[in-house]
Design a protein around this ligand. Structure first.
Ligand code: ATP
Length: 428
């Protein structure tokens, strides 16, 4: 049986992955857990999300599905933060006999949940049309994520995946400041990067895998395999861990990006890979956000932003000039593309002008008066116009990314990129 759950937490506490980790242990009373649990990140622009728009699925071999359903629903009722308006839990249960039948439909539902915006009614209609056991609470929005997580579990090789080791705090410490030895995270990174990523941000000297909110997560280490994330976790010195779980995830895969043919097709609340030429030079706004515009071949234009939290990435963006050809990855909200990665494909030439040199003495000539060109008084030489030089750009073509402290869960880090056709500039 596959169990999908979503939308159990609020800003004040809980986390759907924690419920997943608890159930992993508790459901062993009713059968055998067959494989690693799944943590999917869905459309990152969805406003209903608490933090990272996560949903979880577990897979269990069991002879007593009714008992499993009763146990899961009673744990959701106990633990979900129902008092929060934004918490609308959902759980779906897929029987083994239905795996083949549901695989293609739910895999495509997962793709939509990561890339598109789905109505609650669409999920409810699908559940009733396909005859899936489910339980939605309040408006039942969590059914969307729960179905999507089941899609991922039904087809675990059908998408690019990574892993995360999530360590959870003892309950009595929830809501208090986390006690961790920061240096141990830098050690873990030194020993396992680039097979793990986003543990620390070296440039900004930050530990980025420890949350600051009231949820039960102590830290989460992301990487290429279960072995490497466990190895990295073994270096961590911190307060006692109540439990941990390793999830298979779509984090760090760019699964959210749609290829955009042109700017006219771009819609808010979607994420794209989009090519264009810089059409308005970068400008730094109040608050430190850097905004510029790109134009496509059909003349469509869109604002693109490197917001203040992207820190040092903004100094790279400020070097762009009109005419540069770029391929951007990022999400669009309020008509602005929030940059996650930039591929600088071609640099426009930039010129500076100087007064001409005197061919006799080699010194720069002076203006001979408005519209009268330039002259060297001493040598009595003349020239009509200034001389143009192409200047060095101090910017190299290649792919650049926001630093780890600003990375979106779904964004594929350059540490994972295998491309050889272009220079990669991984942020560390
Ligand atoms: P949690 O730990 O509870 O999962 P979260 O930050 O992951 O917290 P949720 O509380 O799950 O966010 O809120 C996201 C809500 O948005 C869920 O109800 C989920 O089903 C729904 N959702 C996810 N993807 C989409 C989508 N593509 N379209 C519409 N709704 C979506």
């Amino acid at each position: 049986m596959i169990i999908g759950i979503d939308d159990t937490d609020s800003n004040e506490g809980m986390c759907t992955t924690y419920l997943g980790a608890l159930l992993l242990e508790e459901l062993q009373e009713y059968g055998n857990i067959e494989t690693l649990p799944i943590l999917v990140r869905l459309n990152p622009t969805i406003p209903y999300k608490t933090r990272g728009n996560a949903a979880v699925a577990l897979k269990l071999k069991t002879d007593c599905p009714e008992k499993v359903i009763a146990h899961v629903t009673s744990r959701i009722e106990e633990l979900a933060r129902m008092e929060c308006e934004k918490t609308n839990p959902g759980a779906v249960f897929i029987q083994e006999k239905d795996y083949e039948r549901l695989r293609p439909v739910l895999m495509s539902f997962l793709e939509d949940a990561v890339k598109e915006v789905i109505e609650i009614e669409t999920a409810k209609d699908l559940i009733s049309k396909l005859g899936i056991a489910s339980k939605g609470y309040k408006n039942g929005r969590g059914l969307i994520g729960a179905l999507a997580a089941c899609g991922a579990m039904l087809n675990p090789e059908g998408w690019d995946f990574t892993f995360e080791h999530l360590a959870y705090r003892q309950k009595e410490r929830w809501g208090t400041q986390r006690s961790v030895d920061k240096e141990s995270f830098f050690e873990a990174d030194r020993e396992t990067y680039p097979k793990t990523w986003d543990t620390v941000d070296l440039t900004n000297r930050l530990v980025v895998c420890v949350p600051h909110s009231a949820d039960p997560v102590l830290f989460g280490i992301r990487g290429e395999s279960p072995e490497i994330v466990n190895k990295a976790a073994s270096f961590i010195r911190a307060e006692p861990v109540e439990r941990f779980a390793v999830f298979r995830t779509n984090q760090g895969t760019d699964m959210h990006l749609l290829p955009a043919q042109n700017i006219a097709e771009i819609r808010d609340m979607h994420s794209y890979r989009l090519e264009g030429q810089v059409s308005a030079a970068p400008e730094t706004l109040e608050g430190g956000h850097v905004i510029f515009a790109i134009r496509d071949r059909e003349g469509g234009e869109i604002d693109c932003a490197a917001f203040e939290p992207t820190k040092n990435f903004r100094s790279l963006i400020r070097k762009l000039v009109p005419g540069d050809l770029v391929l951007l990855s990022g999400s669009v909200t309020s008509g602005t593309l929030n940059i996650e990665k930039i591929e600088i494909k071609d640099l426009a030439p930039v010129y500076r002008e100087e007064n001409p040199e005197c061919p006799v003495c080699g010194k720069h000539m002076k203006s001979a008066g408005q519209g009268q060109g330039f002259r060297c008084k001493k040598c009595e030489t003349h020239s009509l116009s200034k001389v143009r030089f192409e200047t060095e750009r101090n910017l190299e073509p290649g792919v650049y990314e926001v630093p780890p402290c600003a990375r979106r869960h779904l964004a594929k880090p350059l540490a994972r990129e295998k491309r050889r056709d272009i220079k990669l500039h991984p942020a560390r």
